[in-house]
Design a protein around this ligand. Structure first.
Ligand code: GLU
Ligand code: MG
Length: 434
């Protein structure tokens, strides 16, 4: 996609280890292919609470650059009181132009390339975001027309801004929990899908704010109420778009390669949990009966599965094979979308390369027989999740040593800062950040 930049500024954007969008703006008239600005390696060590954590491998020395991906440029227009501007997603490079070892966008790009080169697979992806309005006078009623109308004129403004930016929004609805909404976008390639996820969350917050309304994407905005997830839909195809994941005779209608891919996700779920659920309160969401993820399993018609085999629409003679795809339901807003998407691909590739048995498919809502199987239990706290990640050589090996050390230190610092706060207070802290 190529969209011409307009407005005074073009913001060169990255998203950090805590999924906060960061960067620097340059004059649009200076923007050209390969435009770049300086960046500081130690920025990787800034956690969600806003300070550089002690003891990380990056310090006051060193320089890297944010280099714009001109093909990932979006014009943001139509937000009340905010002048039109452009935003260009940027990769982090060393000053000699090589990718920086801890660049999250490059982590995803490499995973996409390896999936194609080693396995002849091309992925499509789309992120689904849930979020809740704060300080609203009236709770929404799930899925109701009345709450859809109450969401106006913000809903229309939001959809228009995203549509005009080329983000391809798909569906907008009042979700199940009080004050909760959901916005989905159409599928595309994984890097664009993750870029769009970053735009969606920042544009949603900004458009609501323009109408004096405030939202949070926190996985548990209020301790006693329903959570918000970031679900990732993904499909697997051949390099010419041919069907490779669908087999009407396979378990859950999955082909062997698709079931091995998903077996990798289930196998590595526990050590990956801190990557997709990286906040202390994330673990209040990942519980049974929340329609989030109760355990790591692949399920058909089950919204508590980590990997859900999505239904197909076969009305009026539509065929299921191309539509057939999956949903990774574990993620939340604390996860960097490039890392979340890349992690899904890495784990899936591990499933194929380790020649894993097809993933068991749970049908309906009974997953009790899985309870005794150790590797299907997810960690119950961020602390436990970090330990599982730290001790798993396979999952660690996907990242640079410096990224691993920085991530662990940032997250352990976060636990330390929040340890004397109640769950209610922790929810409040994150609702203010996300
Ligand atoms: N809110 C649920 C979650 O935390 C998801 C509900 C749904 O869309 O199925 O992931
Ligand atoms: Mg939902």
């Amino acid at each position: 996609m190529s969209i011409h930049n307009n407005g005074t500024f073009t913001f060169l954007a990255t998203t950090d280890i805590s999924a906060r969008t960061k960067g620097r703006a340059i004059s649009t008239k200076d923007f050209e292919k390969g435009a770049s600005v300086g960046w500081v390696p130690a920025n990787l060590g800034i956690g969600p609470l806003g300070h550089i954590v002690d003891g990380i491998p990056y310090d006051a020395t060193g320089d890297i650059r944010l280099v714009a991906d001109a093909d990932a440029t979006y014009e943001i227009a139509g937000i009340p009181e905010i002048p039109t501007f452009s935003l260009s997603f940027a990769n982090l490079i060393n000053t000699d132009g090589t990718p920086w070892e801890s660049c999250a966008r490059n982590f995803l790009k490499e995973a996409v390339d390896e999936l194609r080169d080693r396995h002849g697979l091309v992925m499509t992806a789309a992120f689904e975001h849930e979020f809740t309005e704060r300080h609203a006078k009236e709770a929404t009623h799930p899925f109701s027309f009345a709450s859809f109308v109450d969401g106006e004129p913000v809903g229309s403004a939001l959809f228009n801004v995203l549509e005009n930016a080329g983000v391809n929004p798909e569906c907008w609805l009042p979700e199940y929990a009080p004050y909760q909404y959901e916005l989905t976008v159409k599928p595309t390639d994984p890097v664009t899908a993750a870029d769009r996820a970053i735009l969606v969350r920042d544009i949603v917050r900004t458009v609501f704010k323009a109408y004096d309304r405030e939202v949070t994407f926190s996985p548990v905005p209020v301790a006693s109420e329903g959570g918000s997830g970031v679900h990732v839909h993904y499909g697997l195809y051949g390099t010419d778009g041919e069907v490779v994941a669908f087999d009407p005779d396979g378990p859950g209608r999955m082909s062997r390669i698709a079931s091995q891919f998903n077996a990798g996700l289930v196998k590595y779920a526990a050590p990956m949990t801190c990557l997709f659920a990286p906040l202390t309160v994330s673990y209040e969401r990942l519980k049974p009966h929340n329609w989030s993820v109760a355990q790591a399993f692949c399920g058909e018609q089950n919204r508590e599965a980590l990997v859900r085999i999505c239904p197909t629409n076969e009305a009026d003679g539509r065929t299921p094979d191309k539509q057939f795809h999956f949903e990774f339901r574990g993620g939340d807003i604390g996860a960097n979308p490039w890392i979340l998407m890349g992690m899904i691909i890495r784990a899936g590739m591990a499933g194929i390369e380790e020649n894993l048995d097809p993933v068991p498919v749970v049908t309906g809502d009974d997953y009790s027989e899985l309870e005794s199987q150790d590797n299907e239990n997810l960690p119950a706290s961020l602390k436990e999740a970090l330990d599982r990640f730290e001790t798993n050589e396979v999952v660690r090996s996907w990242f640079s040593d410096a990224w691993v050390e920085t991530f662990l230190k940032v997250k352990r610092d976060e636990i330390q800062h929040l340890k004397d706060k109640s769950i209610v207070e922790q929810c409040e802290v994150y609702a203010n950040v996300y």
